[in-house]
Ligand binder design. Structure first.
Ligand SMILES: Nc1ncnc2c1ncn2[C@@H]1O[C@H](COP(=O)(O)OP(=O)(O)OP(=O)(O)O)[C@@H](O)[C@H]1O
Ligand SMILES: O=C(O)C1=C[C@@H](O)[C@@H](O)[C@H](O)C1
Ligand SMILES: [Mg+2]
Length: 178
């Protein structure tokens, strides 16, 4: 693979789940920026938000992304907010193919509602917060190189296979070239 494949999109879109399966099918490495930040800090994303604040988390996210992207090309899953910073978009564009996992509110809500691991959704009306984030972010997510329909009822394995087919169609040669 010539470039990284970088998964972007909302919380619950499947960046981690589909991204790790994609890496498995392509036999390349998988790195998740949220997980890397957690390992480096020995704290969960929620704990970092609570202790050091979102701005601190965003700085760490940029540093970690830059480091990951310097490595050998693989699949990289980002946190949902990473793509919203212009500097991060430039870093990603320089070394990777960006893939937006596009997903609607109903599906996202089904996937994130049970878990309390997303600090941005700890509000009085988490579904409303999710809806507002969708409105704010979708025009910018739409700037990604590839938009993948992540709504379908496909299994994670089938979704990854469908994404590989789409990348082969839209960016011929990317997966084959060493
Ligand atoms: N295509 C899919 N089919 C079925 N379940 C899915 C699919 N995509 C994601 N999920 C499930 O939805 C949940 C959220 O997915 P995941 O953690 O991959 O989202 P994410 O985009 O990485 O979110 P975050 O930005 O919070 O890290 C997981 O339980 C995952 O297994
Ligand atoms: O959408 C977001 O801004 C976030 C998504 C998660 O992946 C984490 O990076 C964090 O919870 C923030
Ligand atoms: Mg994730």
């Amino acid at each position: 693979m010539k470039r990284h494949i970088v998964m972007i999109g909302m919380m619950g879109a499947g960046k981690t789940a589909v991204g790790s399966e994609l890496a498995r099918q392509l036999r390349v490495s998988f790195t998740d920026s949220d997980a890397e930040i957690e390992t480096a800090a020995a704290m969960s994303v929620s704990e970092i938000f609570a202790r050091d604040g979102e701005a601190f988390f965003r700085d760490r996210e940029t540093q970690i992304l830059a480091r990951i992207l310097q490595g050998r090309p693989g699949v990289v899953s980002t946190g949902g907010g990473a793509w919203m910073q212009a500097g991060n978009r430039e870093l990603i564009a320089a070394r990777g193919l960006s893939v937006w996992l596009k997903c609607d509110l109903v599906t996202l809500w089904q996937r994130v509602r049970q878990r309390s691991t997303r600090p941005l959704l700890r509000t009085a009306d988490p579904k409303g917060t999710l809806a507002r984030l969708i409105e704010q972010r979708y025009p910018t997510y739409a700037e990604a190189d590839i938009t993948f329909d992540a709504n379908s009822n496909d299994s994670i394995e089938t979704a990854a296979r469908r994404l590989i087919a789409q990348i082969r169609r839209e960016v011929p040669g990317l997966l084959e070239a060493k």
